[in-house]
Design a protein around this ligand. Structure first.
Ligand SMILES: Nc1ncnc2c1ncn2[C@@H]1O[C@H](COP(=O)(O)OP(=O)(O)O)[C@@H](O)[C@H]1O
Ligand SMILES: [Mg+2]
Length: 269
């Protein structure tokens, strides 16, 4: 390795600086909304950064801006050192497989009539990477990665549990070999009894595949066992950030203490 290739020199996986998202006014009765107000954070490769905060604090707006699904008003989003904010949809396209979202509603993100097999094959087809021999094997591999039995490949979403559906959603996100997953409340819509299984799966995948994860949730209890860093968001601003155990053990901000008091523990995650 030459000095320029040493990991210390590599840019972070994701670097967000002074990100600001504002929704324009929709007529005289609705003023513009400053949803994200100069938010900065850094996510190293292979780590999990949790963004927590109550509903309306700006979490999904940050997710959408990082994924360039919504152009931020100002600020910078660098992915592996590359500035994304100026890129048009066409320039973003080749980057999309590397930077994948997983959303909250496991049924809503799957097409109701499509079998699991085709749902997982779809991103490979769309990315022009479908091969008649390697494709089916890759679908099998992806089912395996999300710990779903191969027999589920023939099922349709309504024949799956919410947790199984979310695993299919994760398999779809993994299809193109991403380096960053943006997980917007990936377990909030699920039965509490299956949440820990999905959260643990995501942590295993992170470690097995070296994935970076931006994990959005509304409670700290859910992420404290799996996140490295946490940023606490309120009214579009980060009020507290640090290693998750530090924020958990000694929250500096009254709002963080409120968040901690409001949520039940997940138990042995
Ligand atoms: N498309 C939109 N148009 C106008 N305001 C929006 C839109 N999406 C979100 N907001 C507002 O932006 C703020 C942050 O919302 P959001 O990012 O969805 O927060 P969270 O994901 O933490 O619940 C809220 O005040 C919300 O009402
Ligand atoms: Mg949200």
């Amino acid at each position: 390795m030459t000095p320029s290739e040493t990991p210390a020199m590599a840019p972070p996986l994701l670097e967000v600086r002074d990100l600001t998202v504002r929704y324009p006014s929709r007529g005289r009765r609705t003023p513009p909304v400053l949803a994200v107000d100069r938010v900065s954070f850094t996510l190293p490769a292979g780590e999990t950064l949790a963004l927590v905060g109550e509903s309306g604090s700006g979490k999904s707006s940050i997710a959408a801006a990082v994924l360039m699904l919504r152009r931020p008003e100002s600020g910078s989003v660098r992915f592996e050192g590359r500035e994304l904010t100026g890129l048009g949809e066409k320039a973003m396209r080749p980057l999309r497989p590397a930077l994948q979202p997983v959303f909250q509603d496991p049924y809503g993100s799957l097409s109701p009539r499509r079998r699991v097999y085709d749902a997982i094959a779809e991103p490979l087809r769309v990315q022009g990477r479908w091969d008649p021999v390697a494709g089916p094997a890759r679908v099998g591999e992806l089912l395996d990665l999300v710990r779903l039995d191969a027999s589920l490949a023939r099922r349709r979403p309504y024949e799956l549990s919410g947790g199984q559906c979310q695993r299919v959603g994760i398999a779809r996100a993994l299809a193109g070999g991403p380096r960053l997953l943006v997980l917007d409340e990936p377990v909030s819509a699920l039965d509490p009894s299956v949440r820990a299984g999905i959260v643990n799966l995501l942590a295993d995948l992170r470690d097995e595949l070296g994935l970076g994860q931006l994990f959005i949730g509304h409670d700290l209890a859910l992420v404290r066992h799996v996140a490295h860093q946490v940023a606490v968001l309120r009214h579009g601003r980060i009020v507290e950030t640090g290693p998750v155990h530090q924020v958990w053990d000694a929250p500096a901000h009254a709002y963080t203490r409120e968040l901690l008091a409001a949520v039940p523990d997940l138990g042995a995650v």
